[in-house]
Design a protein around this ligand. Structure first.
Ligand code: ADP
Length: 310
């Protein structure tokens, strides 16, 4: 599958690199308003291809996106140290005014995969600007927060993160909700496995993991100015699910008719994703506190979208 990436900065280039290494795309086209940057990133990624799976990696203008099955939107301005994702909104919404129309004209059949932060509201913006059905405009949402949750939980248990199942829901940001009550290891409830391993999930452990997930982006940005490798791998994972029509279950942000009592809101829930984009949403079983937290997260996102006239 041909995949376009608009925005060849830290996130877009990491996504292209991860796609090249994992074979998620057969052709990768990088587009950026800084054409020299797009060209340099494409060449650098192309030089990894002989060590990985076959792919053509190139840079171009919007016309080079013709025939793409997915276009990743990673264009925008980066998050500054200490800046909340929501504070980025107005600047990045203005970028999308230009980008979404140009992508739609060049690649009318492409699924749009949104990575620009604040990703939930940017997904809502792109859905509205594109006129596409919501399942074809997919935000990376909490796919990365879910990975961080599984990694930290797996580290506590001494197990592989691939064997830990649980989702982070709601906003990709401060109000996100860790789905502790539904977490499983293999097919077993978390508490049962933790007891068998002698690694109880105490209030302290829970608080440490919660803070670890919620504060990860802030800590990484303080140290290196951006986050890119984790999200790049997450974007490549979503592209693979689309390209191979996997019907994989991933926590992704999509404009949703109603979630936790809030209408018309883009937020992350476990979604089934394949060649047509996101189909079914699998609403998780939550306890009362998680339900309240998800409702608050959804309300916050709805309010922010409303401030933009969405
Ligand atoms: P991040 O860390 O989110 O990837 P970067 O600043 O590294 O942030 O990358 C964002 C990229 O988006 C930059 O390379 C920038 O040139 C690009 N960009 C910004 N506005 C536009 C636009 N209107 N069209 C295309 N690319 C854009």
């Amino acid at each position: 599958m041909k995949v376009g990436i608009v925005g060849a900065g830290m996130v877009g280039s990491a996504a292209g690199y991860a796609m090249a290494l994992t074979g998620a795309a057969s052709r990768i086209v990088l587009v950026d308003r800084d054409a020299a940057l797009a060209q340099a990133q494409a060449q650098d990624i192309a030089h990894a291809v002989p060590f990985a799976s076959a792919a053509v990696v190139e840079a171009g203008g919007y016309d080079a996106l013709a025939g793409a099955g997915v276009v990743v939107l990673a264009a925008g301005v980066g998050q500054k140290p200490g800046e909340s994702r929501l504070a980025l909104l107005e600047r990045n919404a203005a970028v999308f005014e230009d980008v979404v129309g140009a992508v739609r004209a060049a690649a009318p059949r492409a699924i749009l995969l949104i990575a620009t932060n604040p990703v939930d509201v940017m997904t809502h913006v792109a859905t509205r600007l594109s006129g596409l059905s919501p399942g074809r405009v997919i935000g990376s949402g909490t796919i990365l927060d879910t990975a961080r949750f599984r990694m930290l939980l797996a580290g506590h248990l001494g197990l592989a993160p691939q064997s830990v199942h649980g989702y982070v829901l709601g906003e990709h940001g401060d109000s996100e909700v860790l789905g502790w009550s539904g977490a499983r290891v293999g097919s077993e409830p978390l508490a049962s496995v933790a007891a068998q391993l002698g690694a109880a999930i105490t209030a302290d452990v829970r608080a440490r993991i919660d803070a670890g997930v919620r504060g990860a982006a802030y800590r990484i940005i303080a140290g290196k100015g951006a986050t890119n490798y984790g999200i790049g791998a997450g974007l490549a994972r979503i592209v693979r699910a689309i390209g191979r029509d996997e019907q994989a279950v991933l926590s992704l942000s999509v404009v949703t008719p109603e979630a936790a009592g809030v209408r018309d809101v883009a937020l992350s829930l476990p979604r089934v994703v394949g060649a047509g984009g996101v189909g079914t949403t699998l609403m998780p079983t939550l306890d009362a506190a998680e339900t309240r937290a998800l409702a608050a997260s959804a309300a916050l996102l709805r309010e922010t979208a409303g401030a933009l006239g969405l």
